[in-house]
Design a protein around this ligand. Sequence first.
Ligand code: ADP
Ligand code: TPW
Ligand code: MG
Length: 574
Amino acid sequence: MAEAALKAAGPEEELTDGFNLIIDALKLNGIKNIYAVPGIPITDFLRMSQAAGLRVLSFRHEQNAGYAASIAGWLTKQPGVCVTVSAPGFLNGLTALAHATTNCFPMIMISGSSEREVVDLQQGDYEEMDQLAVAKTMCKAAYRVLHAQDIGIGIARAIRSAVSGRPGGVYLDLPAKLFGQVMGAEAGKKSLVKVIDAAPAQIPGADAIKRALDVIKGAKKPLIILGKGAAYAQADEAIKDFVEKSGIPFLPMSMAKGLLPDTHPQCAGAARSLVLKDSDVVIMMGARLNWLLSHGKGKNWGDAPKKFVQLDIEPKEMDSNVEIVAPVVGDMGSCVNAMLSAMGNNFPKGNADWMATVAKKRDENVAKMAPKLMNNNVPMDYHGALGVIKQVIKERPDTILVNEGANTLDLARGIIDIYKPRKRIDVGTWGIMGIGMGYSVAAAVETGHKVLAVEGDSAFGFSGMETETIARYKLPVCIVIFNNDGIYRGTDTNAASNDPATTVFVKGARYDKMMEGFGGVGVNATSPDELRQAINAALDSGKPTLINAVIDPAAGSESGRIGNLNPQSALKKK
Ligand code: ADP
Ligand code: TPW
Ligand code: MG
């Protein structure tokens, strides 16, 4: 093939090849960063990408590179790109591709693959696997490119599929032979496609807007729920206007925190149980009625009859769990702007009594929590340590907070206020452990802001080797490990043998030594004061830092706030 192309091109014509065409196609479409792990057949591709001015972040494990790409997509509205080797590298990246799809993050995973003719006859090629078939079930779209002249179209399709409509993960399969395929440079250039209007506005119908506003007008106790789809849309001003003009209390889902500040007078974050129970009209904005919201029914939602309005780009999301009386389908910016203009200037401003009831409950709960956050206990409990971090973020609201764990996640989500949009990134729809270091790398690279990763000791372990990646690229990331010697608690025992219990780790482990080993800063913090000093020093210097925050092993509870989801054995011995 390469020889035929060489001949066809003629001896004096300038040539290009698969390697260069992929790089040119990505650059033409504004891709700046690639998250990857090198190896056959993509080692040279990554070298050439770096030489051509793309930033290549080389990871220690594909899952972390994939998580980085997925969150890069959510933070920027451009597909995050992850590149892996064949079979095992591909499979390592697949969890992240599925995660991107589940969370509605635009991402493209590009994997090198073995030759079709050998794979299809199952003749045992190096890292042989029918990757396209495997990937198809886990992503929004999957494509394979076999000819150099199709690279432009292949990448264009991948980009458009990732970002248009409901965003998601896309797989692009590139067999090893493609990289070296040669064609005339001129024809190659012409074959590239710059994607025009990759995520077209989706304008909701005027009737849908009127229907929604009529329902809202009839509400006595309305509630707005903001989800990570609303934060993704980057329609921050319009959403703020809508919330304020309507006077309705809002409840932010985890990654929508900061879309409006958690300290906003209409924020109902600390009155969650009350607003879910007592509201009569619920306006879902870029949030799904999945398990995180008890599917919109059951005891958390109380007995009062409810009507749901839903703004979402995905028509199939409507009526997924409960009846949606007013579906508004479109992109969030278009939906909210249409609502705002139809509201005009005389739209009734909420129900002041209801807002006051919500605010009172919120303020009571915040006041009840305040003294716990000031405690100076040694060993630290979650509240003492999180009180420090709450204050740090208040003073440094541009910092991006990465958060995973069980108690470490649930308590941090409730306690740490976020002040600006897209400053909190976490375990997402699956409650997945392992996003921490990949997210930290991408957050630093894509935004240029400092990153504070608050990690359970177990959660950290899933991506901990990327501490080296953070040190190698000298990224301004401060990792705080809430080290309670284990999963949920460090106090379990095993009476049956000398093996440790399944939820406990090495007692008194010193994770800070890992970062020291890679030339970064490591600190062992045993009190809230030490923790405060160490975090502030890290965020001032921007040096890669890992703080081992020693937490009382008895402080946490099983599964954090979701222990009720654990199945119980009726036969369990006491
Ligand atoms: P959360 O976990 O914060 O509740 P979900 O991930 O469950 O949020 O829901 C996000 C929703 O946002 C999805 O239903 C998705 O279709 C929707 N969405 C994503 N992007 C947009 C957009 N640009 N405009 C409108 N809706 C969007
Ligand atoms: C990919 C199951 C949920 S939370 C958790 C695990 C293993 C760790 C909790 O311990 P940690 O936090 O991080 O030390 P803390 O403060 O409560 O002690 N595998 C995957 N995802 C999930 N969610 C799990 C396992 C799990
Ligand atoms: Mg722990």
